[in-house]
Design a protein around this ligand. Sequence first.
Ligand code: GLN
Length: 343
Amino acid sequence: MLDPAAWLDVPQQVSTGALPGWDRVEEIVREAHSRFSAERGGRVADYIPVLAEADPDLFGLAVIEVGGGLHDAGDARHPFSIQSISKMFVYALAIREHGHERVRDIVGVNNTGLAFNSVVALELNDGHPMNPMVNAGAIATTALMPGSTTAEQWERVREGLSAFAGRSLSLDGVVYASEAATNERNRALGWLLRSYGRLSGDPDEVVDVYTRQCALSVTAHDLAVMGATLADGGVNPVTGERVVSAEVCRDTLAVVASTGLYERSGDWLFEIGLPAKSGVAGGIVAVAPGKGAVAGFSPPLDDAGNSVRSQMAIGYLSRALGLNLFASAPAQEHSGAVPRSPE
Ligand code: GLN
């Protein structure tokens, strides 16, 4: 369970306005890294065999500002597989391709209240995947990628996520092979979607593209650039490239806010107040619209599959950098301004 005692002593900064200056952000990122570097909670994922070999001591943090300011601390440039964090960006690409209504109707936007790989959730909802951040919804979303072959669909996913990251991302072949050899459950979800008439195409092929997208190799720094693109109305603040529209960013962040940490999404929003997506290799990226993105990487996870240290560090950074979307203070108190009515 999330314990906000880990960061509650930091004064709450409000989310209106801009980030502090570059030097102050840099200092706060370093403080967050050193504060949680001794934290040893959680367990490294092992249901994908090769992930069990990850070094539990790795810990990286990155913040990218919408103005292009960069901040890295610790193992921010250490590569790991993106896993479920890919779902957020593939979803944005699917809305870019098909529009708000169509994707909403096919995939849904509501939390299942159940684990990310739940079969029961699908059965309880007449085969509707409910949202794009659980595996069933992510498989249905990947199926919406354009392309006449699965190789073309995969290339569209890889290119699209690379545009978010501002560099060409590549597959971690070892992670892909390890997951492809053990992903019976995701294949079962694909076939179940198909049995309810909610997936066209060969479920095994769609799940293969999904498995590849999860094995894309990224760093915490990449994740922060990807998230900052969603914070910046769809323009990558490092490359200047427009990747998606501002409307796509808004839709994506809204669904991520309610579903990005699976059945713990309510706890997360209550304690930290930002849309965020986690992955089982230990990454989490949180997006502060109009300000930037914060990414953490540390392999040990809690029992819902979310990185323990990344959650703590992002909780600290949300508070110290004034990112919580729900925090405000009376205008008179922080600016001295007295609201006036027109003469
Ligand atoms: N590839 C993983 C899976 O499908 C992703 C899950 C995750 O990161 N939570 O099981």
